[in-house]
Ligand binder design. Structure first.
Ligand code: NAG
Ligand code: NAG
Ligand code: NAG
Length: 512
């Protein structure tokens, strides 16, 4: 059960820590640990002991203490106390400097139970600490973690802009993780398995780098940082990659265009490979929308003009253009132009008329007139459109879309006595994802909806006190992924958001 973890980190030029006998959190998070919370759900304490935590932040510890007086329900507080620090406690797998530049910080952040860094997960794992982020040049600060994540993502994207998950940097001395699921993958452009863990092209991965950059800049105004290392070049790669993915399947004269990316896997699951020899369903060019072969669930798209990722891309490309202005004004202009044309594509082609809900955003379209009306829990989702700063939550098309998504008209809406929310084909029908409930509360102004959602989350952790990937809507003991750092961080982010927006709700009791 307990593996001997001999973690020897060389940070600041010396050994950071040598810890023996730290439990493997993948096992630890499947068991209950005392002291249990004193409410009716008797939730486990799930923080590793201080010497086994992967990063210490006094700001995070202080916030955990402050929230003790604000969150009145003992079970809800326990869930906050476990989840908010989970990324720092368990997933900062390595932090150090680039071998080529002693000032270039690098942060390798794993997803939790999988030892690889996803561009999307790591950007969101960091985002949960955005409320506490401020300018700070110390390598012990949250700001340093952000800088290290931005620098490492830039390195990944410069080499493999179509890939979604990556190996530890060579400087860490950690060997590449074997990904047997990818053994049969045939991917164009090709990639190096010592550098890349998986190479599913997802537009939201490119957007995640932009979001992470914007989040850091938004709170620190640290413009100089972006000019120091490889950020400008990485953004140029992101923009060029996206521009190449504006192409449709057919040229004007009828020839078939080369697909900028193809992926095939030997699999029994339809969502793990792409049809048409790895190119995906035909796409009509000229919509202004950028193709995405896969979704943020890492499942393949049915139609490649995937609206939520286009929303996220347009949103953070536009915001990051302001950072670029000081470094390369031509590139900043290219970013603003592309951001505007993607938004125009979404507003022109991405909306459909639904017989019950009126005008709503489609999840995916092909540009020929077909659309896929659904939502999936993973962010970016349609439900998350205000969270990714694309649209205000009061927008009428968003509100109609939200009603559709949270209704039985959405093919991936799951309901039952345990919890109600969206899921997706990644885990399959019958399993709602707590992440979707968290997103519905982050985008809600309705106190009853927020209280009902918090009750569903706090009552459905199977006493483990962590946010699971999915939970069976009829049986809380049937869940997936015991250690999903992004979902944990997102829950912490929700409670900090409610502290500012709806403090009264945090004095609600969930014991009845
Ligand atoms: C965090 O602090 C504890 C002491 O409270 C220490 O044992 C541990 O090594 C620190 N972790 C890191 C990554 O510095
Ligand atoms: C910077 O961060 C470090 C580590 O969290 C902290 O000790 C220090 O007080 C911070 N400095 C400022 C100026 O906030
Ligand atoms: C889910 O929604 C249904 C109505 O659609 C409601 O009866 C049920 O109580 C809800 N489940 C939870 C756990 O709130």
């Amino acid at each position: 059960m307990y593996s001997l973890l001999l973690a020897v980190g060389f940070l600041l030029g010396g050994p950071l820590y040598v810890s023996a006998q730290c439990p493997d959190y993948a096992d630890y998070s499947t068991q209950k640990h005392e002291p249990f919370s004193e409410g009716k759900y008797s939730l486990s304490y799930q923080r590793p002991s201080p010497s086994c935590r992967t990063f210490n932040s006094s700001d995070v510890e202080q916030t955990i203490q402050e929230m003790r007086d604000i969150i009145k329900d003992p079970d809800l507080y326990r869930l906050f106390e476990n989840t908010f620090p989970n990324t720092l406690d368990t997933t900062i797998s390595w932090k150090g400097f680039a071998s080529g530049n002693a000032e270039e910080e690098l942060t390798f952040i794993t997803t939790g139970d999988i030892v690889a860094m996803w561009l999307r997960d790591s950007a969101n794992q960091m985002r949960s600490y955005k409320p506490l982020l401020e300018a700070n040049s110390s390598t012990d600060s949250l700001a340093s973690l952000f800088r290290g994540a931005i620098n490492l993502q830039a390195r990944y994207l410069l080499t493999s802009p179509h890939c979604n998950a990556f190996q530890a940097p060579v400087e860490s001395g950690k060997p590449p993780e074997d990904n047997s699921a990818a053994d049969t993958d045939t991917v164009v452009p090709s990639y190096d398995k010592n550098f890349v863990f998986e190479c599913k092209y997802e537009l939201d991965s490119l957007s995640a780098f932009l979001q992470l950059s914007y989040d850091y800049y938004d709170k620190t105004q640290d413009s100089d940082f972006f000019g120091k290392f490889q950020w400008v070049k990485a953004i140029e790669t992101v923009v060029t990659t996206a521009e190449q993915l504006l192409v449709g399947t057919y040229a004007d004269d009828g020839h078939v265009n080369d697909s900028p990316y193809t992926f095939q896997r030997t699999t029994t699951s339809a969502s793990e490979t792409l049809l048409n020899k790895g190119a995906g369903s035909p796409v009509k060019g000229g919509t202004g929308l950028v193709r995405s072969a896969f979704r943020p669930s890492d499942d393949s798209t049915i139609f490649q003009l995937f609206i939520p990722a286009n929303m996220m891309f347009s949103s953070y490309l536009g915001k990051s253009a302001a950072i670029m202005e000081k470094h390369d004004s031509d590139l900043a202009q290219r970013m603003s132009d592309l951001s505007a044309s993607v938004r125009n594509g979404i507003e022109t082609y991405g909306k459909v008329q639904h017989p019950t809900f009126g005008e709503i955003y489609a999840y995916e379209i092909d540009g020929f007139g077909s659309s896929n009306l659904m939502d999936d829990a993973n962010v970016p989702s349609l439900l998350s459109a205000p969270i990714i700063d694309y649209v205000d939550a009061s927008d009428s098309t968003y509100q109609s879309t939200r009603k559709f998504v949270l209704s039985t008209s959405d093919p991936y809406y799951m309901h039952g006595p345990v919890l109600n929310g969206t899921g997706g084909p990644h885990v399959g029908p019958g399993k709602a994802w707590p992440m979707s409930i968290i997103v519905s509360l982050l985008s809600s102004d309705d106190d009853n909806e927020i209280i009902s959602g918090l009750r569903q989350i706090v009552s459905s952790t199977n006493e483990l006190g962590l946010i699971h990937e999915s939970v069976d809507t009829f049986n809380a003991a049937q869940w997936t992924r015991q250690w999903f750092s992004w979902a944990n961080g997102l829950f912490g982010q929700l409670l900090l958001d409610l502290k500012d927006r709806k403090p009264g709700i945090l004095s609600t009791s969930f014991q009845a």
